[in-house]
Design a protein around this ligand. Structure first.
Ligand SMILES: [Zn+2]
Length: 200
């Protein structure tokens, strides 16, 4: 299987995942979710793509740019607007202060997140960090939609296999019936019944 990112045939990491399909339905009663499991799939990543992703994760500025850029723009626009000293533009200045506040809070959170992400990536042993980065490549490059359905992927590894049904439900935002079915599929327990879950 070629690398999911650059399509190179030589790959270093292969991940087995369980696909989760979620359809959001809006009607008069509000929003409903219909969920189904799409079966097992495999995604591969080459060593170069994993390495590139890792150096990105270990770099503070790249992380900050990715997460903080929109807030930075709002903050700068806010500062520019509040700098207008024309008394007739008092209301506009209020909007400017609101933008400074929102942009400032968002930018501060992005800085904190970038510091945390860099620390986490630097603390992990090289092999583990590279594998984590390869998984990050999968999450970024794997299809996010199938028709109207949102797609998400549960990695099939030791950690997932030792996770309890209720924790699977919480961690991957699964409906109870789907969490039960996922648990059965992970542990190869025969199905009781085939059903797609529906909940509000
Ligand atoms: Zn690649």
């Amino acid at each position: 299987m070629p690398c999911i990112k650059c399509r190179r045939p030589e790959t270093a990491y292969t991940f087995r995942v369980l696909e989760v399909q979620t359809l959001h339905i809006r009607d008069l009663d509000g929003e409903k979710r219909v969920q189904a499991l799409g079966g097992f799939r495999e995604f591969s990543v080459c060593a170069d793509c994993a390495r590139a992703q890792l150096s990105k994760a270990r770099g503070f500025w790249g992380n900050l740019r990715e997460k903080g850029a929109p807030y930075g723009i709002v903050l700068l626009l806010g500062i520019a607007v509040t700098a207008i000293w024309n008394p007739a533009a008092a209301q506009l200045r209020l909007v400017g202060w609101a933008a400074v506040a929102c942009g400032g809070i968002g930018a501060a959170a992005a800085v904190q997140k970038a510091i945390l992400q860099k620390r986490r990536a630097c603390e992990l042993p090289q092999a583990e960090a590279a594998e984590q980065s390869a998984w990050e490549c999968v999450l970024r490059a794997a299809p996010k939609k199938y028709g109207e359905n949102d797609l998400e992927y549960i990695p099939i590894d030791e950690k997932t296999c030792s996770t309890k049904e209720a924790d699977l439900m919480l961690r991957y935002d699964l409906l109870p019936a789907i969490a039960e079915k996922a648990y059965r599929m992970l542990h190869e327990i025969p199905e009781k019944e085939e059903a797609a879950g529906t909940a509000k």
